[in-house]
Design a protein around this ligand. Structure first.
Ligand code: ZN
Length: 162
């Protein structure tokens, strides 16, 4: 009995993510496979689309353009902030990711420039603007439970926790 990936299935998979320069960004190989509810848009669109119709044991590689991954980098997301909003502005390093308190809650930003009075931060997702390649191995496919469908995410190891 082979179950194929379609909406309302819970899918567990291992992945290795590399960027357009062939550098490895992330892998699940050293931990539990990731589990998601197919059709719930919890993973990037390009990857979710590539999963449809696959089944347990399938291995494949997919390359995804920014528009179907984390989007294009937006210039408007790069902002200049007064140094006084940072506790230790002199210790900031280029490329460092820090959490800023905003009216909408904490925001992860990357430090792109440290000036005397101001700091430029980039609030784009760190993978925005990048073409990404995923090497995927499907570990398991099963029917999602009623509860998972109601919640809009998968439960259990590698899935969403509350
Ligand atoms: Zn839940």
């Amino acid at each position: 009995m082979t179950m194929t990936i379609q909406d309302k299935t819970a899918v567990s998979f291992h992945y290795t993510l590399t960027n357009q320069d062939g550098e490895q960004i992330e892998t699940s190989r050293d931990k539990e496979p990731m589990t998601y509810l197919h059709g719930s848009h919890r993973i990037i669109p390009g990857l979710e689309n590539a999963m449809t119709g696959r089944s347990q044991g399938d291995e494949f590689q997919v390359t995804i353009e920014p528009a179907d991954a984390y989007g294009e980098k937006k210039e408007a997301n790069i902002q200049r902030i007064s140094s006084k909003h940072f506790r230790f502005p002199k210790k900031l390093k280029l490329g460092q990711v820090v959490s800023l308190q905003t009216k909408k809650g904490p925001l992860q930003v990357t430090i792109v420039k440290v000036g005397r009075f101001n700091v430029d931060v980039d609030a784009n997702h760190p993978l925005a603007g990048q073409t990404l390649t995923f090497d995927v191995e499907i570990s398991a496919v099963r029917d999602a439970t009623e509860e998972e469908i109601n919640h809009g995410h998968a439960h259990g190891p590698g899935g969403g926790d509350h």
